[in-house]
Ligand binder design. Sequence first.
Ligand SMILES: [Zn+2]
Length: 352
Amino acid sequence: MNNSYHFLKKMTIVSLVFAGLSAASLCFAASLPVDDTPMKEGMLRKLTEKTDMTEEVSNRDADRNGYLTIPLPDGIGEENVLVTTDDSEQKIKIAISDVPVYFYHRNFLSGDMKNIQNIRYGYENQVAKIELDTNGIFEPDTVFENGNLYFGLKEIQDVYKMVAAVDTGHGGSEEGSVAYGITEREISERCAGKLAEEFEKQGIKTYFTHSSDVNADIPTRIQAAESVSADVIISIHTNADSRTRVTHGIQVVSQEENNEKAAEMAGKLAEALDLSLAPVDEDNVTPEIVSASSCPVYFIRLGYITNKAEAEKMASEEFAEKAAETITASLLETDTATASGNKTKSDKGTEK
Ligand SMILES: [Zn+2]
């Protein structure tokens, strides 16, 4: 199994087609190191509801401003708590191991419920599961103090420099262009995986616009990026041409207002990857994801898969790594206007 595929599985993937897919467990649950036995409906109970089990056995220290207070049994701490986020569903799951049964029927949650719409509780195999429905996408913030878990929600844009949606070319049974036994899809996914790693390293929150096993249509991909308020979409493809020997080189396409940045990125990639710049073809049609998205898109055609030397080059791990590093550096250097907290969609051009 190749690395990028493995990485794709581990990443949180945004996709609207997700819900009905058995693949969903591949993508989301893979980030859960514990067994993710689903909560049984009958065990779910809103924590605010009192029941005949109600007997407050502990009255812990005060709430913390801006945090939800989750009391913990004695001896239970950070190592027992696993928090996972499901951004596409706007849910956060908190699993706490070694909790006595009905603990949360006697020890209530309190504190700040801002941005939390609903809380559900389940218990299975000595693991208490608390599920929060949030009214947006947040980064969990946990503080362990006074025998409590203080649970806060940080705005994504306050935690990360930028939010990026990585769009891999094709997917599902659709491989894109194929030449010399190499597929566009495998090149795209390898690069996307490396790009996501590099983005996360550099403090860019990363989502994929679709999972590896579906070839989502363009509106779905754009909607996935919009649902996480992405600052930028990076779409990765390869090029193809019937003149296999002569046509080669890299190309970056973006919306007109980003042309300068796109050219800069292409130049940097050509240099780092030792590629030429692809000839600009008169009848090149702007890719749909570029023309249809209001969020900046950098549509990168890494090279010509129909050119043998380029195809072989693009298929290497080293190529993917270099491409990822260069795209990231280029984006961080040149794309300050789209950095989070500075979304000036309506007043483009005011920044110099
Ligand atoms: Zn493509």
